[in-house]
Each structure stands twice: as structure tokens, then as C-alpha cells.
Design a protein around this ligand. Sequence first.
Ligand SMILES: O=C(CO)[C@H](O)[C@H](O)[C@H](O)CO
Ligand SMILES: [Mn+2]
Length: 288
Amino acid sequence: MKFGIYYSYWEREWSADCLKYVEKVARLGFDVLEIAAHHLNGYAPAHIAEIGRAARGNGITLTAGLGPSPQKNLSSPDPAIRKAGRAFFEETLGNLAKLDIHIIGGALHSYWPIDYSKPVDKAGDRARGLEGISSLADFAAGLGVNLCIEVLNRFENHVLNTAEEGVAFVREIGKPNVKVMLDTFHMNIEENGFSEAIRTAGPLLGHFHTGENNRRVPGKGRLPWHEIGSALREIGYGGAVVMEPFVKMGGGVGSDIKVWRDLSDDANEAQMDEAARQAVAFSRYVLG
Ligand SMILES: O=C(CO)[C@H](O)[C@H](O)[C@H](O)CO
Ligand SMILES: [Mn+2]
């Protein structure tokens, strides 16, 4: 298992530059830095090369996270939007390959967060999302990228809310580089049990997010980390465990995640760093 953190822990916007976090997370004891793929296509080629060099130099593996926008939604009923989504993914996947990134995770089959003021068509969105990911899978495989389909809680997405639904979706696609992704924050809301859900995903588990019940860093809440660790070891999970804490209000991140109070005890950057350092040490101990 490799242990990582999504840099959105420190940032208010998904478009924030990830470069400065490469050295920081290495210093704090992480193996993996997850970067937002939302605006990767806007990075200059020289900047992409610099991030890649920094990652190699610091011994950091990069992974990518994405909540596709409604305009890039592979499950949209509008064929023009699906086409724009496909073009966005092709360009993004090309940039991921340049960064030696082999994993992208998120609601890739849909968009995020869902606008529930509109009518919900779960069956239609699932069918179109399935077709979109199926037809993208070989393109991603050609670039060495795994598409990890994140199971989210009901308030953020309607298509896949449980490990069982995620597994059925990924099995139906039946491509070796399309995997299930679980996130302990969402599992805590939707699953009957953590071990059961992790066992359901089994060998199809391609990426794993951790966060407490209230999205503080692992170790500061009440999730059953020993149970989660035992289940990950039982299925022989050898992938990345990326913590995804959200503790500060503000910006696009704060509003997408719905952070309406400070959950960091008003931490400054040094205190945020220290909490992350302790959380990765805790994660290695309890999950590894
Ligand atoms: O858990 C999540 C949202 O609640 C997701 O992993 C990411 O935050 C989202 O896809 C943005 O990258
Ligand atoms: Mn997540």
C-alpha cells in the first residue's frame, strides 16, 4: 500500500497549482500526491514537465482526482455535452500520461456534484455513463491509465452509491483498467458495513480515499480504522490509500464539499502540515 493526500486539503480551488505540494508531502511522510485533473489541460507543457521532474526528484507518485463538470458529463442526455466530455477526457488522459499518472479517480461516469434541482434519471444516466466509460477505457489503457469509478454518497451523486452498485457497473464494463473506487466518508453514509463493502469490491478495488465521518484527517473522528485496515489487508489491496480531508471553508472546494465551518481548529499552515504528518503516520500504522 502507498499512502497519499489530495492537495485540496490545503487549497480553496481545484485549479490551484500542485507543484509546491510535491516537496511538502514528501517531507510530511507521504508516498503519493493526488492532484486535481479539472484544470490540468490549462497547464503549460513546461509546467507539466516541471511537476513531473519534481515528483521524480522527491520520490512521489502522482494520482489524479476529478469531479467532471456538467459541461464534460459523459452521461449527459445531450450528445454535444457527451462529445465535449470525451474530448476533455482524451486531452486530460494525455496530460496524465505525461505526468506518469496511472490512476484517475472520481465520478468519471457522471458529473459532480449533482444539481438536484433538476429531475433525476438514474437508469438513463447509468446507461450513458457506462457507454462513455466503456468506449474510453481502451484509449486510457493505451496511455497506461486506470479509470477508477468513485462510489459517492446520495447527496453528491445518484448513479453509484454503494460498493455493490460500483462493482456491478465495473463488471458490466469488463475492462481490466476500469476499477471501483471507494471512499470511507461516503461508505460511512451508505454502506451496511465497511468490511463487507471492501470485500464486495475485492480485486476490483483500484483506488481508495480516506476521510473521517466529518472529513477531518484520519484518526481525528470515529471511523473504525482497524476494521477498514483488516478488510484492506484481507483482500490484498496493494494500491494507493489517499486521504481526502476537507477542513477549511471557502472557494469552489468549500462550496462543492459543503464546508460551512472551520473543522481545523483554526489551524495555520504549519498546524495543517503537522495534522497531515500525524494522519499519515496513523494511516500507515492502522491500515498498512
Ligand atoms: O469524494 C469526493 C467528493 O466528495 C471526490 O473524491 C472528490 O472530492 C471529487 O471527485 C473532486 O476531485
Ligand atoms: Mn473521494
